[in-house]
Design a protein around this ligand. Structure first.
Ligand code: MG
Length: 400
């Protein structure tokens, strides 16, 4: 079997959902998804000459070939890994189809067939959509940036109740990025007044879901160590599933200092790539939970390897995911095959056409807070191109 072509398409979801399709000379095709980034489809097209003529089933060799050829462009970290992740995932889809086996089986088999997902509830506000540099935009189905309403504890509480009613067993909210900073948005300081405001939100969400429900908050790298620690200490009575990214993850020692000081579990990892990106975070036990995004961290096999590395430190994995059904189900296959899985993010519960983008799989995809994986070969899901074309990003190729 030989690869004959690689094509891309981009759909304007709440983020740019970027699809990679790999074509073979035997008529089997594979689909994958890459985490959005500026210039991403151009990188994927540049990878194509490395792969055409190769056997798509030699996945690890082709992964390393793409790594080697993009190393000078910075793929120890960086958006080259986003491109490679989508291509690699499409190769697993091809392998599974060629062997008539689901991807999770090829990864060592299932620890579970139902994958628990947690709903990301944003900051309790209305739906929005972002371009690849996270600039807010108006689409045919979402309000533009000017429509964002101010939000408070009651909005968090009512959103939490709505999502519980939909059957989710775990939720995550953003710590809002309001006028938090006394000296401007880059100083990472949290005033006592704003700490109190944030706690009123955490308290409202906790009271809405009750004491036993799994509830996480994401601080999006906003604070310094001292103020991140203050927030984590103050969250301790609310028994969070985790507090995500109170500070950035790049300085592992700083993160370890914060994590060791608090009983609130700390989670990080969505912006890291490859085993090498996670190694120190895990070896120094700088977090309690890692959150790799498999559409960015290196794809299916590298995702498995990151999870295995975490497991050697008895650390749980809660995969980050902002993808379409393709990326979400690909992540679910990895989640099925790793022992230390906690919960998979679902970031599009309010995107009206998310489910319609999927073809060839059981629906609803997310049912009562779980994804049930099937016995279908490969990923067991394809893209509904008719729907995808309706929301395609202007100016981007659509599988042509
Ligand atoms: Mg996050």
């Amino acid at each position: 079997m030989k690869i004959v072509d690689i094509k891309t398409a981009v759909v304007e979801g709440n983020f740019d959902w970027t699809f990679v399709r790999v074509y073979t000379d035997e008529g089997i095709t594979g689909i994958g998804e890459s985490f959005c980034a500026p210039g991403l489809t151009s990188i994927i097209r540049d990878l194509k000459p490395l792969l055409v003529g190769e056997d798509p089933r030699n996945i690890d060799k082709l992964f390393r070939k793409m790594q080697l050829h993009t190393a000078v462009a910075g793929t120890v970290g960086g958006i080259g890994n986003n491109a490679i992740s989508g291509v690699e995932t499409a190769l697993w889809d091809i392998l599974g189809k060629s062997l008539n086996a689901p991807v999770y089986r090829l990864l060592g088999g299932q620890f579970r067939s139902r994958i628990r997902v947690y709903a990301d509830c944003h900051a309790g506000e209305a739906l929005s959509s972002y371009g690849p540099a996270l600039t807010p935009r108006k689409t045919s189905w979402s309000a533009g940036p000017d429509k964002k309403a101010p939000i408070g504890p009651d909005d968090y509480a009512s959103h939490a109740r709505q999502m519980m009613a939909r059957g989710f067993t775990a939720l995550k909210f953003d710590i809002p990025e309001l006028d938090l900073y006394p000296e401007g948005e880059f100083n990472r300081c949290l005033s006592t007044r704003n700490l109190d405001r944030l706690l009123s939100i955490v308290r409202a969400a906790r009271e809405a879901v009750g004491p036993d429900f799994d509830l996480a908050f994401d601080a999006h790298w906003q604070f310094n160590v001292n103020d991140g620690m203050k927030l984590a200490f103050a969250c301790e009575p609310y028994n969070l599933l985790w507090l995500e990214d109170p500070i950035p993850p790049e300085n592992v020692d700083a993160l370890a200092t914060l994590t060791r000081a608090t009983r609130t579990p700390i989670c990080s990892g969505e912006n890291l790539s490859l085993r090498h990106g996670f190694r120190q975070l895990i070896e120094k036990q700088a977090v309690n939970i890692v959150s790799p995004d498999f559409q960015k961290a290196g794809g299916v096999l590298e995702g498995r390897r990151i999870a295995d590395l975490a497991d050697t430190y008895y650390m749980a994995v809660a995969p980050h995911n902002i993808g379409s059904p393709i990326g979400t189900i690909a992540s679910a296959h990895i989640a099925a095959a790793i022992p230390n899985f906690l919960a998979l993010e679902f970031h599009a519960s309010d995107v009206p056409f998310w489910e319609d983008l999927a073809a060839g799989c059981q629906k609803p995809i997310v049912q009562q807070g779980y994804i049930q994986l099937s016995e279908s070969p490969g990923l067991g899901v394809d893209l509904n191109e008719e729907v995808a074309r309706r929301y395609a990003k202007p100016g981007e190729p659509f599988f042509d």
